[in-house]
Design a protein around this ligand. Structure first.
Ligand SMILES: [Zn+2]
Length: 558
């Protein structure tokens, strides 16, 4: 008794002799905390562990932390670090080492870019690119191998469509296919476009791998470089977190190395790429793996139900309005899908399924319901990625099954020029229907699906609030009753995304105890005129209380 008393006195004296934990203050800031209990503040304090100590007014925090280091925000607007709930990190990274075709509006323009890029390639290297979209060309027809063959008779060319759901290849690439593409057969979950018996050069969904598998893989070094480039893009856009839907076990091991070497500047929430090695490994980890530094986790599997709307691969309950007899593609057979979901459920892995069409979404809901059974009431946080076109009767089922709708506001504004052609007016009621989901109390997480869309989350917030393109069209917004408020849009990229990754007690709000992840912006997304939301720029991006990005001529002093 006496001994232990004396020991605790010694411990107390030792504690008193320690300096208080070194704190840092952000002052002179205009802070939107996203914490409903205290929405506004002018100062933040955080400790050397990178967690917030206090959120409040400058004078008060200065008094409480007189010895704290100071960061002057010079009046900048501060919001919680933005989280993209659906962004492909490696896909974004490889855009730096492949031909970028985003924004092209004709085949001629694409051929020019390919020609220029090929001048720096070794003689026998594949020419790989992505980002074409025939909807932006005169005629809107799918391209052919012949379009590429004149310029590239020998070099294999492999060009992904903007949505990643189709590739355009030349004859040299088709010659290397793992199986002859000619004839009248079709692969499961995919489609080879042909003229007569002859493959014409476009492979949709489950057909892409027939040529893709023949392509040389990225080296370990190229993979690291691609990830580094993607990290830099993400933090420069104000992202402090990304949910990455689909990583192979090999690529995840690269990320684990990078996390151990403290080379990951933001929080990555990785999903295993289907029912493959990464999911098997995750099952051996009890369904959740996290690094010690809080930058890398995996606890989710990403599965695919159907294709995408642009390439008419989205599975619909009725025919495409502009392609009679076509109801889209199930890229995974219902049996294989069910067994993957069963396996994830057994391993306590969160399930996230890509579903675009109303038939694809219904199959996901039916499968989740059957597999979850009574567990639908538990805190499973299963997700539907995109939930893009949903039958109106099916929207309330998301809430009944306690699912999260992970949606991408820029998909609505990118697809609005042609979505009605594909779907007709009636089905548009359940298309990109954010307000209907909110009305039925379905939690939303917002993202961009980069590199399908731009990595910049301000474009997503702008699209969510206006449902207009960057030219302000259409003037009232497309299907304007589905627009969301600015706070709802910000919540989708902060609290909503945090919830979808079980991190609502860590990130997504600025509140004592939570991580000091925040962004200084050059304007206020809650008050600038709507069009200016798209142009807001991060001055600096902070993760765990450290700047991981600073704009070159930043006003924010460090
Ligand atoms: Zn995606």
């Amino acid at each position: 008794m006496r001994l232990s008393l004396r020991c605790s006195w010694i411990a107390l004296l030792a504690l008193a002799a320690l300096p208080l934990q070194a704190a840092t203050l952000l002052v002179n800031a205009h802070i939107h905390t996203m914490d409903p209990a205290q929405p506004e503040a002018t100062a933040l304090a955080w400790g050397s562990d990178g967690r917030l100590l206090a959120v409040g007014e400058v004078s008060d925090l200065q008094q409480r932390y007189p010895d704290a280091g100071k960061v002057d925000a010079k009046g900048a607007t501060v919001i919680p670090g933005l989280i993209d709930a659906h962004g492909h990190m490696l896909g974004l990274g490889v855009t730096h080492i492949q031909v970028d075709l985003v924004g092209t509006s004709s085949k001629a323009q694409i051929l020019d870019r390919l020609k220029a890029f090929a001048t720096n390639l070794p003689k026998d290297a594949w020419l790989v690119g992505r980002g074409w979209d025939q909807n932006h060309w005169a005629g809107k027809q799918f391209p052919t191998a012949a379009d590429l063959d004149a310029l590239f008779p020998d070099r294999p060319v492999y060009l992904e469509r903007i949505d990643g759901h189709a590739v355009w290849v030349n004859s040299a690439a088709m010659k290397l296919a793992t199986k002859s593409l000619d004839g009248d057969w079709q692969p499961e979950g995919g489609r080879i476009l042909r003229v007569g018996q002859k493959a014409s050069g476009v492979l949709v969904d489950g057909a892409q791998h027939l040529v893709g598998d023949a392509m040389p893989r990225l080296t370990h070094e190229q993979t690291r470089d691609a990830y580094k480039a993607a990290f830099a893009d993400a933090v420069a856009a104000g992202l402090t977190g990304v949910h990455d839907p689909g990583v192979s076990l090999d690529d995840f091991k690269v990320l684990q190395e990078m996390a151990a070497a403290h080379e990951i500047p933001l929080r990555l929430y990785e999903m295993a790429d289907g029912n493959h090695a990464a999911l098997d490994w995750l099952c051996t980890q009890g369904g959740h793996w996290a690094d010690a530094g809080g930058r890398l986790q995996m606890r989710t599997v990403k599965l695919y139900m159907d294709g995408a709307l642009g390439s008419r691969g989205a599975a619909l309950l009725a025919d495409y309005n502009d392609d009679h007899g076509n109801r889209g593609i199930l890229v995974t057979s219902p049996d294989a899908y069910r067994s993957a979901v069963d396996k994830a459920h057994r391993c306590h892995v969160q399930v996230a399924t890509h579903a675009i069409g109303d038939r694809g979404n219904r199959m996901v809901l039916d499968t989740y319901q059957a597999v979850l059974g009574d567990d639908a009431k538990s805190d499973h946080r299963w997700r539907v990625e995109h939930a893009q076109i949903v039958a109106l009767d099916d929207i309330p089922r998301f809430a009944q099954l306690r699912l999260i709708a992970s949606m991408q506001p820029t998909h609505a504004t990118s697809d609005m020029p042609w979505a009605e052609q594909r779907l007709g007016a009636e089905r548009l009621k359940g298309a990109y229907a954010w307000q209907r989901f909110i009305h039925d109390n379905v939690p939303l997480a917002f993202g961009s699906d980069f590199p399908v869309e731009h990595v910049n989350p301000m474009l997503g917030i702008y699209a969510a609030v206006t449902r207009q393109d960057l030219k302000g069209q259409p003037p009232a917004g497309w299907l304007p009753d589905q627009r969301v408020s600015r706070l709802q849009a910000l919540a989708g990229f902060t609290r909503g995304a945090a919830y979808a990754s079980y991190m609502e007690n860590e990130v997504g709000m600025l509140k004592p105890g939570m991580r000091a992840d925040f962004v200084l912006l050059d304007g206020d997304p809650l008050t600038v005129v709507p069009r200016q939301i798209a142009d807001l720029k991060p001055l600096s991006t902070w993760v765990d209380g450290k700047a991981v990005y600073q704009a070159e001529k930043t006003n924010a002093a460090q």
